[in-house]
Design a protein around this ligand. Structure first.
Ligand SMILES: O=C[C@H](O)[C@H](O)[C@H](O)COP(=O)(O)O
Length: 221
């Protein structure tokens, strides 16, 4: 079993019958969703809330019953991946462009589980360029304002055109190299009007499931 599958299935162990479960996005969350599909096939009552259109399609293919986010106020458990994490469970997300829906879903989740293989671990966040979702309107100004925070910026492209998120926005990937104070940076990013949301998730994860140096599952609480 590969690391991603191992940690994803460990996280799925926390799901109990009758729960509403946030379904993450990406290649690690894929394994959790696949396992949830198996539990549903075996008769477990689980309802999913997808964090992206891709995840919605995957869940539908696996016959996982879905709930519309507008019909609920709380999610019991969410399992989602990460692009980078530190030992304090500060996380960078959004490599796949799903960060806005992921953060909204995380914000109403009772027990938020991040699953990240050992290659994602860093001492200080920032080597992975921080994905920031911005409005297409005046994105040049927003990019200028982001640069003032000391990063280099890259408007994400797909087929030579700006990458469009599920919410019809753009993504700017911002390389900070070292994010020493994630919460301070988060506040600064939130004060830029053209920033819809950013991929810094600090103080959000209840646990982070990864693999330690000995190749064993490790849970950071
Ligand atoms: O936008 C994508 C999400 O934040 C993913 O959870 C993140 O990029 C990690 O994806 P993966 O598990 O494929 O490395």
């Amino acid at each position: 079993m590969n690391e991603k599958q191992l940690i994803a299935e460990k996280a799925v162990d926390f799901i109990k019958d009758g729960m509403i479960v946030g379904l993450g996005t990406g290649s690690t969350a894929y394994w959790a969703i696949t396992k949830i599909g198996e539990l549903v096939r075996n008769g477990m009552n689980i309802k999913g809330v997808p964090t992206s259109i891709n995840t919605e399609k995957l869940a539908q293919n696996l016959n996982i019953p879905l709930v519309n986010i507008s019909e609920i106020k709380k999610i019991d458990i969410t399992i989602d991946g990460a692009d980078e994490f530190d030992e304090n469970k500060n996380v960078i997300k959004g490599g796949g462009g799903a960060l806005l829906r992921e953060k909204i879903i995380a914000s109403i989740t009772n027990y938020y589980i991040i699953i990240a293989d050992s290659s994602k671990k860093v001492e200080v966040l920032g080597n992975f360029p921080l994905p920031i979702e911005v409005t297409p309107f005046a994105h040049e100004i927003t990019i200028y304002q982001l640069k003032q925070l000391g990063c280099s910026t890259n408007l994400r492209l797909e087929n030579d055109k700006p990458f469009i998120t599920d919410n019809k926005n753009f993504i700017v990937d911002c390389k900070f190299n070292r994010i020493n104070k994630p919460e301070e940076l988060a506040n600064k990013l939130n004060s830029i009007p053209g920033v819809v949301e950013h991929g810094l998730f600090s103080n959000m994860a209840d646990i982070l499931v990864t693999v330690n140096n000995c190749g064993e599952i490790s849970i950071i609480e």
